[in-house]
Design a protein around this ligand. Sequence first.
Ligand code: ADP
Ligand code: ZN
Ligand code: ZN
Length: 839
Amino acid sequence: MEDLFGGNIEEKEDSSRFFADVIIPVPIPKMFTYKIPKNFRDEIGIGFRVIVQFGKKKVLTGVIAKVHQKPPAAYEAKPILDLLDNHATVNPLQIRFWAWMAEYYCCNIGDVMNAALPSGLKLSSESKIQVNPTFDQDTSPYPLDDREETLLQALANKGELSYEDCESVLGIKSIHPIIKSLVIKEAILVFEQVKEKYSPKVESRIRLSKAFFTDKKKLEKLFHELSSKPKQEEVLLKYLQEVPVYRQPELNSRGLEKSVFSEAGLSASSLKTLIKNGVLEEYKLIISRFQEAAPSKEEITLSEYQEKALVKIKEELQEKNTLLLHGITGSGKTEIYITLIKEALASGSQVLMLLPEIALTTHMVGRLRQVFGSSMGVYHSKYSDNERVEVWNGVLSGKLSFVLGVRSSIFLPFDSLGLVIVDEEHESSFKQFDPAPRFQARDAAIMLAWLHQAKTILGSATPSFESFYNARTQKYGYVALDRRYGEAQLPEYILSDILVDKKKNLLKLDFTRLLRESIQEALKNQEQVLIFQNRRGYSPYISCEDCGWIPECEHCDVSLTYHQFNEEMRCHYCGFKEKVPKTCPACGSNKLSAVGLGTERIEESLSLLFPEARVARMDLDTTRSKFGYQRLLEEFGSGNVDILVGTQMITKGLDFDRVTVVGVMDADRILFFPDFRAGERAFQQITQVAGRAGRREKKGKVIIQTRKPEQQIFHQIIQGDYKNFYLQEMGDRQRFFYPPFVKIIKIVTRHKDYKVAERAARNLHHLMEDIPVKKILLGPEKGLIGKIKNQFIFETIAKLDKSGNAPAQFKQAINELINELQSHKDFRSVRFLIDVDPY
Ligand code: ADP
Ligand code: ZN
Ligand code: ZN
């Protein structure tokens, strides 16, 4: 591992090539050495995927990290069972990146591999296997042998099989060569776990065979022949009527859905005959979720202001590797990115652009698609595994040199990145919580760019304090855009005091008079409204008015959230749900009432207050399906919705013409949260959601409902005074030792027995005190939520001096301490989890 991280992976491979160090996707802190069988010796190389046995039973896909001739000292090396690739699927830079990530985020390189490779590239004994819906045995250029056919038949009958089922179907062990061959023949698909069954939409399509399409005479002759076969003639005429091949040759290549013929009542057997005789062709088309927009002809020219910023960005990037583009909402950062991306691509580099998950379905994708067409890959977390493998292979083959993706797209097999863009860099969703690697994609992207000698641009209207600090200390370049594009002005902010309205009896269903009147006015002018509340469900909890009883989750230390639409109470941590009781289980009273405000309740109130308005809600519950988010946005964009209520989902990247009013229901809730980043986050969320208002000619209005209008932060938000807000908060962070002045590492201890969890956490804490680096240790304390999914949680926070290698030393030491503790029989089943730079 050490020599791996040292970066000499690319050294010349050994000519003897007997052994290989293999990364396997298991949480074990080292690599294993396997013997390379003779028949692979000349083919195998770094980054090739192999099948290996691990333990007694497991068969896994591993990735070769190194080829050498040193047998392992501690064990007898097992042979590699099979080679899956004839080219490297993972490149040496990626392996260095994985090693860096494992070290920095205190996890195993196998965890990183697991996160990095789409399941479709990882065959294992836990894999599920399915028939590829696009596979057609009759037209496949690769014939199947008997065993393959048997297996396919079984799969077709059962839908899906596990690796072991496949073995029993064929009655043999070690079926990987057969599976591999079927994968190559594109006959089957392999999933590690078919968690989400999003198979791509596949359509059967019909098109005219090329001979008839290119030769007019031939077609005429055909019609002549068909005059005695009216049914076939009808089918062909239908095709030509729908796809006028003479005028628009490109239409033919797109063909026609097969269903069109049956829907028109035409003969299926005639269609079959035409296909059999080679007049028409049937083929399968995988429908992409984004319409393949052709690059648009209309060129956008940067405004003078944008042009200036562009020049400055390039200047700064001469000296700095990373640059913060601090551009207010609506300042036109996208067009600047586009220019930079075009230039990077033209110089032969690859480009990666990261977006938070939600923003990936907004106008940004459409806009970039217009410019880059199908040469741009999109990597979304809601994609099926096939789709991800497609993007992976697209990058590998060089077909895709630009990818727009969520945080996991940093793992794609780039080999010559020139530019990395992280838009909305302040977004907390760039941080992965569980499982390991618990990486921050923005930070990891900067490391990735460094490995490629590429430049990184971080863009935001409300930069993270970390990035702003790095810009102010000259570590990053800095360019500001503080004017909106075109005529658009920043919205007007108004604070609306909830308590004052309440006193005067003007608060109706949680809306102040000002907010209600503003909404009314917008509706009258046929404008649109966004209402922001960062809490889904109907109300945070239900409570008994007589005895104060509050229903809690059986498995977690939290109250259950009330969801009215199905009269259920749900735990947002473990998914536990329960029907709402008719009477209080504690005192028998029937006075159970919903307390607090969730998006469902606000939606209901809006319908009562504005019966004529069309109200929709956007939160986790309404956007679970693959296209849920996109569909809602389309509805809103097309004007079918007047008021959209939502969680932080509505704060991200929306760019609609007619939004003039934005309401923040309960700003205090965002602000008073026990976390050192609460202020920063409140500033970001409120500014971002406000930025959705008035993005065109008409000035927008933002109404912030609060019980404490005197809070200084509100006034700083209103004045867009990010800098003073930052300076003030930074004073606190420095005084109380918080990032970016120190590095934080959180160590979480979990166990189903409270006592054991507590004791393990204490022990670890004591041991950590002796680690010889400068540090402050806090805890161990019960987690903010003391129990999740029946596991009790204790946390220790370590604050480390950033200078020198204290953090690295500390990380190495805790890994050792944890191993030591876990070897103790009392703590064998305790789970320790390390979170570096936690959120
Ligand atoms: P940001 O990402 O900085 O919030 P956008 O890139 O979404 O801002 O730009 C705001 C609006 O201004 C968008 O509707 C965009 O199409 C438009 N816009 C920005 N720059 C130009 C330009 N040079 N020419 C025409 N329209 C532009
Ligand atoms: Zn009660
Ligand atoms: Zn729970």
